[in-house]
Ligand binder design. Structure first.
Ligand code: ACO
Length: 320
């Protein structure tokens, strides 16, 4: 039987941290007190005007390949989860492939907003388990600041830019133990960028719009339920999970999920305070941070969870 396991992890954050006070200095009508109290976010990283999503994806991928001790030529599948691609087309995955200096590997993007990385990991796992592909680069990368309305203080303070990547490879031992993913397109209006390019112009609205309280309630419910589902699929209890890595949207959402699942905060990886919400990059950025600082170790059970616009939501339970 073919399984898939994570062989390496990497990440990239652009520039220097931008604190809540820095945002106030830049003219956002907010305060460190408000943002900290409502979200737990203290700072985020923001890409400059020249930085593309593929720049961040490239650095995260190179680090993941290095940690897997693998050459880019060995990769036969590249999936990039992003909501902020370099171009409408080609895909950011194709740009990433070219910038890695390789040709041939199947390459495409996945668009599931903040669930994108978990969706992409599930897709890559299916390819590997089918036997058609052996070594996949799975990336979540965003320059999300490009789609923020800096005059909308209810949203612009929440997000940041960055990328995280993993190398997923075929293995005779599991690896990925369980996975689930869902979507509910009927709730698109709750969280969206309701614009499109048409006839050379942006038609509609090019910025993120959100009903924050509706997102909050949905995220807590969806991520609690899907965590229980993944554990049941793998035949384990929630208490057997060593580390929970939920989508890093808001500390209050994360704490509510922990409470519902009866998991202490000492078992939850949290980076939202330093990174803000980096959409598809949030989960692999948090994974990489916790692997590099030694908290997540080989053999431990890790539950990754994403939720985002669509709505979309998904989870992957794995043995690291
Ligand atoms: N600074 C200061 N005041 C602000 C700010 C800000 N940045 N933003 C809003 N306010 C004000 C509002 O104007 C309002 O003022 P008023 O009472 O005078 O009208 C007041 O604060 C309360 O506004 P609400 O929007 O009701 O605040 P709420 O308590 O709902 O908190 C928040 C907003 C933080 C967005 C919350 O709803 C939330 O965390 N939702 C989850 C959304 C989320 O995390 N989305 C991420 C994207 S989706 C995803 O990744 C899954």
């Amino acid at each position: 039987m073919i399984f898939s396991r994570i062989a390496g992890v990497g990440s990239c954050l652009p520039g220097a941290p931008v604190t809540n006070d820095d945002l106030v200095q830049r003219g956002v009508d907010t305060s460190d007190e408000w943002v900290t109290e409502r979200t737990g976010i203290k700072s985020r990283y923001l890409a400059d005007d020249h930085c593309r999503t593929s720049d961040l994806a490239l650095e995260a991928s190179q680090k993941a390949l290095e940690s897997a001790k693998m050459a880019a030529e060995e990769i036969d599948l590249i999936i990039v989860a992003t909501t902020t691609p370099d171009y409408i087309f080609p895909s950011t995955a194709c740009f990433l492939q070219a910038r890695l200096g390789v040709k041939g590997a199947m390459a495409f993007d996945v668009q599931a907003v903040c669930s994108g990385f978990v969706y992409a990991l599930i897709v890559a796992e299916k390819f590997i388990r089918s036997g058609s592909h052996k070594k996949a680069l799975v990336v979540g990368a965003e320059t999300f600041s490009r789609i923020l309305d800096w005059k909308d203080r209810g949203t612009c303070v929440l997000f940041g830019d960055g990328a995280g990547a993993v190398v997923l490879e075929a293995s005779d031992k599991p690896g990925i133990l369980a996975a689930a993913a869902y979507a509910d397109g009927s709730q698109a209006a709750v969280l969206s960028v309701p614009g499109a390019v048409h006839g050379g112009k942006v038609v509609g609205d090019p910025f993120l719009r959100m009903d924050g309280q509706a997102v909050f309630k949905f995220a807590v419910h969806a991520l609690s339920e899907i965590a229980v589902e993944c554990c049941a699929q793998a035949g384990i209890q929630m208490q057997d999970v060593d580390w929970l890595i939920p989508h890093q949207a808001n500390l209050r959402i994360i704490n509510s999920i922990g409470k519902k699942l009866k998991i202490g905060t000492d078992k939850i990886i949290i980076t939202v305070d330093r990174h803000g919400n980096t959409s598809a990059a949030s989960v692999p950025l948090a994974l990489d941070a916790a692997v590099r600082d030694g908290r997540i170790r080989r053999g431990q059970k890790v539950l990754l969870e994403g939720v985002g616009g669509g709505f979309t939501w998904g989870a992957v339970l794995l043995e690291f």
